[in-house]
Write a protein that binds this ligand. Structure first.
Ligand code: C5P
Length: 402
């Protein structure tokens, strides 16, 4: 239990997602953490300090100039007497303040004064998240080593609008906190890893594309597991609707050629794990304008051309990582196809899985894999994708030791 005995300072700022913070407090406490809540003025418009304090079983801090609080704890101690600071929800306003070093209320002052790791779970309207000012602030904060979980795509609570801006779910925030506080050994410290994940979208015209059912769950979990073991991870992700893993540098791309460029730019590395379900083909020349349907006219034919094989490129590269790992998503002859792939792609390990629709693996949360190497084959049981990732990361750490 990573969180057992850990002290969490939970900063709740003013957004409708604050209602989820009540549940977050329960989830953190269930895992043995103590939660000390701090609410901004805005937060108190959405949930009451009474509810927050009752769930946290602690005093709720709200005021920078409270003489009583200053006497009892003081804002500097508040900032330091914890193992982790979690901001949930983190509003655009609070992020902007922190990015610029403002300290005009208790939350911003504590955030400026803390020397503890900070995990932010942003929640805001999609336009606010997409605004260049917010983007700049988030970039600055990442540089300052503030970690982010979410925001997620989905429908907003306060409007019918959909987009990226919804706060991560309490359990996702808990998982991110566990990753940050994990004191497991770091056998991959100082090692660089590149992971690809998700599908690619290959445009047909400005509104249509070719894609596949990959969710990115397996690749993202591997990136997170490698980071937990201390690796410096670059995750190159195709379009997915799951959050960026915590503690990982994420490069978002759409097409296979962009994915290849991002992977090559991230070299050198000690290990490359190519999990993405890269489209094998793209439309030879995507149309600049939407292809229109005209009654009576013939149905258009799409001429395809081959996409770059990223795994093969990396496997035969002059800067080839010491360990190159590929996936083989097959619907038949899984083993023999995986063996053939080892040589063709220049890989050391192929993780083979049967993605026939009946298995529910593609897009699902569990996986049953076979680890194919030059020296044999290992069958792993049916596992959660996170568990496959943890085992694979341990295997990578073992192999890089040699
Ligand atoms: O040849 P196939 O697509 O079955 O190979 C799967 C493996 O190759 C996966 O590791 C996948 O990430 C990688 N791959 C790639 N670039 C492609 C196609 C597949 O990196 N264009």
């Amino acid at each position: 239990m990573v969180l057992s005995g850990k002290r969490i300072l939970l900063i709740i700022s003013g957004g409708i997602a604050a209602y989820k913070s009540l549940d977050l407090i329960r989830r953190l406490r269930e895992r043995g953490a103590s939660v000390r809540p701090l609410m901004t003025k805005g937060a108190q418009e959405f949930v009451t300090p009474l509810a927050v304090g009752a769930l946290a079983a602690d005093h709720v801090f709200t005021d920078l100039f409270s003489r009583q609080d200053e006497q009892d704890v003081g804002h500097i101690r508040l900032a330091r007497d914890c193992d982790l600071v979690v901001i949930a929800p983190a509003t655009a306003d609070l992020l902007a303040k922190l990015a610029n070093g403002l300290a005009d209320d208790l939350a911003s002052t504590v955030l400026l004064a803390t020397d503890r790791p900070v995990l932010a779970a942003p929640a805001m309207n999609p336009h606010m998240w997409a605004h260049p000012a917010t983007k700049r602030n988030v970039e600055t904060l990442r540089g300052d080593r503030i970690r982010f979980i979410g925001p997620m795509p989905g429908e907003m609570a306060e409007s019918r609008e959909a987009g990226v801006g919804r706060m991560a779910e309490p359990l996702e925030i808990v998982a991110a906190a566990e990753t940050l506080l994990s004191d497991r050994p770091k056998p991959l410290a100082g090692r660089r890893a590149i992971v690809t994940s998700g599908p690619t979208h290959e445009p047909i015209d400005p509104v249509r594309y070719i894609a596949n059912r990959s969710s990115g769950r397996q690749g993202h979990a591997i990136a997170a597991a490698l980071a937990t073991l201390g690796a410096d991870v670059t995750l190159v992700s195709g379009p997915v609707s799951i959050p960026d893993p915590v503690g990982v540098k994420v490069i978002h791309v759409e097409r296979a050629d962009q994915m290849r460029d991002a992977v090559l730019a991230a070299l050198p590395a000690d290990v490359a794990v190519m999990v993405a379900a890269v489209a094998d083909w793209r439309v030879a020349s995507a149309a600049d304008q939407k292809i229109k349907k005209h009654p009576g006219e013939s149905i258009p034919t799409l001429a395809l051309t081959e996409n770059p094989d990223i795994l093969k490129t990396v496997g035969h590269h002059t800067m080839r990582p010491k360990l190159v790992i590929g996936f083989a998503a097959e619907t038949q002859d899984v083993e023999s196809n995986a063996r053939a792939k080892l040589d063709r792609k220049g890989a050391d390990i192929i993780v083979a899985n049967d993605v026939s629709p009946a298995t529910g693996i593609m897009g699902g949360v569990r996986n049953r894999v076979k680890i194919v190497t030059h020296s044999g084959i290992e069958l792993w049981p049916d596992l959660a994708k996170e568990e496959v990732a943890t085992r694979l990361a341990a295997m990578i750490a073992e192999r890089l030791k040699q």
